[in-house]
Design a protein around this ligand. Structure first.
Ligand SMILES: Nc1nc2c(ncn2[C@@H]2O[C@@H]3COP(=O)(O)O[C@H]4[C@@H](O)[C@H](n5cnc6c(=O)[nH]c(N)nc65)O[C@@H]4COP(=O)(O)O[C@H]3[C@H]2O)c(=O)[nH]1
Length: 706
């Protein structure tokens, strides 16, 4: 833009003469509206105009007082801004040869003598002016050419891709810095090198350029592209590249080759693949990686007819460590665990963490299935050494299930299921041990699947009923309330015990649906019993851990209380210790909200879980239900008796009501009375009763006679 403006400007002449009349006559001759004319009467004025304006040509008087024309020319020559401006000297006398040469030396183009022929002067000025404009034009173009050249050179030298320019004979004529760097050589050694030699392994036969793919494509004016090409450095090192080779546009006869180092995307891809199959915490394989590896091992073992085993390992009591010491401690434990598992296995066995505290191992190419038992024993032995975390020595054990190929299954899913089932078997038989999968387990699994299926149907067809077990106040033998207990009225099998189906409901997630149904049902029942029982009679329901963790629980309870117009204290929700410990903050929030409304909270089965007396203080509760195993043992085990006594005393000091569960004998009842237990529940009074029997129960109860 600036350059175009520069060229469009009118030419400017500077006339320099000490005599004003000469200046006037010169102006009269040269003024034609096509040019601008400036005038100066001495050297100083001329120099300052020269610096201020863009002068095309100077007509300079040689003889001037003070600074003469030669001196002005010398000073112009010395200044880069005025150096190139042509000077036409005007003189009355022919200068001597020395001065004339001095003039030419300082930039004079020509001399013109006074008195001058006006026509000659006009012509000379016109020619010189034209020449000067052409020169300017040229220099502007040169400048823009230089700029364009340095712009493209900068692009070429900063490009991350290697760029080569090759002539039609296949000789490299140019290589950018990236090309030199990737090919590990300097420009000098690349220049003149044949392009197709770079694409040939050092020990291969050299072919002629005319037979190369580059030339073949160039001849047909086509671009050659290769995503997995190979170049070779002069030292013979392989360079995997993506490459394109395009003919240069006419009139150039040659090709431009652009290539990109494939090792960078490859490395990124490798990293991504690694991340996708690795457990970030332990660095072991994750589930995805493990299943892939198991698939590959099964195929190998199939071909080699070698047995293979999958070990499924679950840490015993990991959750408690995580909950009590915090997640960082849990993570540390898992890392130590991963390390020990690595040490117990061979380099080519696959060790993985599926998630949480579940680890799996593929034992590849075993000689006999007993090798798997040896490894399992080694793992259990290695866990016998306590793990030190946060200054505490933690004793950790694991349950291990083993499935062998081809006996248990021949596919990934089957092997995983079998190992998982065997692990559950090991766990249920007493932890810290290993079990091989057996056909009997398979039978049980099948039965379980069938049960699961009919349970789903039962949920859909509402085959559930609630039975009510009475709770009796010790002080006067009156009815405190009922605990609602779920029963499954199976259309063929009859009444199924919750001990069988509640864990299944929990595992399948159906428990939340049923749980909501139970709360709704007892609210409904409590309203129906409005006139049958006193106002303070309590109905209680069990909450599963999952249900207790649900964010909508509080709203549901409030909504049902409203709907059935109940007093909040007529409803008691029983939560187990472990549900509370799952997420302590959440538990505190839920309990606070429910109790604020007046809903009663009971801790169920106290003594079977964490048995932490500390949280009796931490959580807001109304009732503590002592587990029936303590009551069953209390009269034969002084230790259990002492625990129950301490619990009763502690609960009273915290204003918490105590309910003893599972009271079956009058001896137990008398003892509980002695130690001040508030309330009792058990077969001594009644089993869980259907609605009608529950209604009639208080009339039949004779507390004194018990
Ligand atoms: N040996 C003996 N047992 C006695 C005696 N008195 C009561 N029981 C039994 O002890 C269990 C008490 O319920 P739980 O501890 O909450 O234990 C319950 C509870 O954890 C769960 N459950 C039952 N109904 C529900 C429910 O509606 N929701 C949820 N989430 N769980 C439920 O199933 C478990 C077992 O329930 P049930 O089989 O009904 O077994 C009941 C009850 O019948 C006694 O004197 N001796």
């Amino acid at each position: 833009m600036l350059q175009a403006l520069e060229l469009k400007q009118k030419p400017t002449l500077l006339l320099v003469d000490d005599r004003p009349e000469n200046l006037v006559s010169l102006e009269a001759v040269l003024n034609d509206n096509e040019r601008i004319i400036l005038k100066a009467q001495d050297g100083e004025q001329a120099l300052s105009l020269l610096l201020e304006h863009d002068i095309t040509l100077v007509l300079l008087d040689v003889q001037m007082p003070g600074m003469d024309g030669y001196e002005v020319a010398r000073l112009m020559k010395a200044n880069p801004r005025t150096r190139e401006i042509p000077i036409l000297f005007i003189t009355a006398t022919q200068p001597d040869e020395r001065n004339m040469l001095r003039g030419y030396q300082h930039g004079a183009i020509d001399y013109i003598y006074k008195p001058f022929n006006t026509e000659v002067l006009r012509k000379k000025v016109a020619v010189l002016q034209e020449l000067q404009l052409s020169r300017r034009c040229l220099s502007v173009m040169n400048r823009s050419l230089d700029e364009a050249r340095s712009y493209y050179a900068a692009i070429l030298s900063t490009a991350a891709e290697g760029i080569l320019v090759v002539d039609e004979q296949g000789s490299i004529r140019y290589a950018n810095p990236a090309a030199c760097e990737l090919l590990q050589c300097d420009l000098d050694s690349l220049e003149g090198e044949q392009l197709h030699h770079l694409a040939i392994a050092p020990d291969s036969n050299i072919i002629a350029w005319e037979n190369s793919v580059f030339f073949q494509h160039w001849r047909k004016k086509l671009t050659y592209r290769a995503h997995d090409a190979q170049l070779f450095t002069p030292s013979g090192q392989e360079l995997p590249v993506t490459l394109s080779c395009a003919p240069l546009p006419a009139p150039h006869r040659g090709l431009v080759v652009v290539f990109l180092d494939n090792r960078i995307p490859k490395k990124l891809q490798e990293q991504l693949v690694k991340q996708a199959v690795t457990d970030t915490l332990t660095g072991l394989y994750n589930r995805h990686g493990f299943l892939q590896s198991l698939q590959a091992s099964l195929s190998r073992s199939g071909r080699a007819h070698k047995p293979l085993a999958v070990l499924y390992l679950d840490l015993d009591g990991f959750k408690r460590i995580n909950d009590t010491l915090g997640h960082p401690a849990g993570d540390e434990l898992l890392c130590v665990m991963a390390d020990r598992l690595r040490r117990c296995t061979r380099a080519y066995d696959t060790v993985a963490r599926l998630g949480g505290d579940e680890f799996t191992i593929v034992l590849d190419s075993m000689d006999t299935p007993e090798d798997a038992a040896r490894i399992a024993e080694k793992i259990l032995d290695s866990l016998a050494t306590p793990i030190e975390i946060q200054g505490l020595k933690l004793a950790v054990s694991a349950s291990i299930g083993i499935a062998t190929y081809p006996d248990c299954s021949e596919n990934v899913d089957g092997m995983m299921q079998a190992a998982d089932m065997a692990m559950y078997q090991a766990k249920s038989e007493g932890r810290g041990q290993y079990r091989f999968f057996t056909a009997a387990m398979n039978g049980r699994a099948r039965a379980r699947l069938m049960l699961e299926e009919s349970l789903r149907q039962a949920v859909a067809t509402e085959e559930f009923v609630l039975h009510y077990q009475p709770q009796i106040m010790m002080r006067d033998g009156t009815l405190r309330g009922f605990e609602a207990l779920l029963r499954w009225q199976h259309h063929q099998a009859g009444l199924v015990s919750p001990g069988i189906f509640v864990p299944l409901l929990e595992e399948t997630g159906l428990i939340t649906r049923i749980g909501s149904w139970v709360i709704e049902k007892i609210c409904h029942q409590r309203r129906l019993w409005g006139n049958t029982f006193p106002q303070d009679m309590v109905l209680s329901a069990n909450l599963s851990a999952r249900q207790f963790g649900q964010s909508e629980l509080v709203d549901l309870v409030f909504q049902l209380l409203d709907e059935h117009q109940l007093f909040a204290h007529q409803l008691e929700l029983e939560v187990t210790e472990s549900s509370l410990m799952n997420d302590i903050e959440h538990s505190q929030r839920v309990l606070q909200a429910l109790r604020k409304k007046g809903v009663r909270i009971a801790i169920d089965d106290f003594g079977t879980g964490y048995s932490s007396l500390a949280y009796l203080r931490q959580f807001e509760i109304d009732t503590l239900k002592i587990d029936r195993t303590f009551i069953a043992n209390a009269l034969v085990s002084p230790k259990d008796a002492a625990i129950v006594e301490a619990l009763v005393a502690l609960s009273h000091s915290l204003d918490v009501e105590v309910v003893a569960e599972g009271v079956e004998t009058t001896e137990q009842l008398q003892w509980l009375q002695q130690i001040g237990c508030d309330c009792v529940q058990g077969f001594l009074f009644a089993k869980a009763l259907p609605v009608l029997e529950a209604e009639q129960y208080p009339a039949k109860l004779d507390f004194e006679k018990l």
